[in-house]
Design a binder for this molecule. Structure first.
Ligand code: NDP
Length: 283
């Protein structure tokens, strides 16, 4: 990207269905400002029926790339020129990068989670219990599989969705099994890492994940993809049991870090982005 001496800023977009008040705008623009990048991150509200036209518009106007939120993460795939490895396995794109005249789809959700996790542990060979099998859980699972997790225990309410993720992991030659979630789940004693990849807890600090809290052990790592509130009931319970915790806010920051790196070649300061995001969210 160009330096601040250029008059016209380079543009990156965010195509979402409910665009108003997206705090990631503040986070990405804080990184641009901190690193002297003459860029703007523009939020655009795009209804599903207009996605194809929006992508054409982004191509025509020379944007460096864009993020996507649901429901566009899957629908965008046929509109792109290619996919990165994990986006292709996950089957969803949250970050598009212009490479020459091509728009390439990447998935930075799982990579962002992995970056946060590797700050506290190496997932290689570990036993992971993952709740959920939706978009976020798929992204996290595929990235952890590529990082060499030893065994996955997938726990999902809907068997068919859980089975799809199980099939994906088995294709990647992982050791994995599926438990259909029915009542409180008891963690097997060999569990190293517990991840809530569901939306339970989103905007509800008291929402309870159906999990036998007594089966949490001191020293285990407990992560939540939910970023609002950043400290979910699961994380509070896990802290009280002596577990190490990882919140969804750091995953959100790290997916943003990777996006800025893709678009600008600058590896931005995660602390600057974290502080800007937390301030924008009032947490
Ligand atoms: P999806 O709708 O694709 O998946 C939701 C998942 O949650 C499914 O597995 C669903 O199970 C499960 N679920 C929801 N409610 C319940 C319940 N009451 N009981 C049991 N299971 C339930 O959503 P996403 O995967 O896109 O998003 C999940 C969360 O991840 C959201 O809170 C989102 O904000 C967060 N997220 C965080 C990111 C970050 O950077 N921190 C990035 C992306 C997402 P079932 O299959 O049975 O319906």
């Amino acid at each position: 990207m160009s330096t601040p001496s250029s008059f016209c800023p380079e543009l990156v977009g965010c195509l979402s269905q409910g665009a108003a008040g997206n705090p990631t705008v503040v986070m990405v623009e804080a990184a641009f400002k901190h690193h002297g990048i003459n860029g703007r991150y523009i939020n655009m509200e795009v209804p599903p029926e207009n996605l194809a036209d929006a992508v054409k518009g982004v191509r025509a106007t020379g944007y460096k790339g864009f993020n996507l939120s649901m429901p566009h993460k899957v629908a965008v795939i046929p509109l792109l020129d290619g996919l990165g490895e994990s986006a292709s396995v996950i089957g969803a794109v949250n970050c598009v990068v212009r490479r020459g005249d091509k728009l390439i789809g990447e998935n930075t959700d799982g990579k962002g989670f992995l970056r946060s996790l590797t700050d506290i542990t190496d997932p290689k060979g570990k036993t992971v219990v993952l709740f959920g099998a939706g978009g976020a859980a798929r992204a996290v699972a595929v990235e952890l599989a590529l990082a060499g997790v030893g065994r996955f225990i997938l726990v999902n309410r809907t068997a068919s969705r859980g089975q799809e993720l199980l099939d994906t992991l088995l294709k990647l030659k992982c050791r994995a099994e599926l438990v259909v979630w029915n009542g409180d789940f008891t963690l097997p004693p060999e569990t190293d890492i517990v991840i809530n990849g569901t939306s339970i807890g989103l905007y509800d600090a008291e929402a309870r994940l159906p999990l036998d809290i007594q089966s949490l052990k001191a020293g285990q790592i407990v992560a939540d993809v939910v970023f609002s509130p950043p400290v979910t009931r699961l994380l509070r319970d896990a802290q009280a049991r002596g577990c190490k915790t990882l919140d969804g806010l750091s995953m959100l920051v790290n997916q943003g870090v990777l996006g800025v790196h893709y678009w600008t070649d600058v590896m931005p300061d995660a602390g600057v982005m974290h502080r800007a995001l937390a301030a924008a969210m009032g947490v």
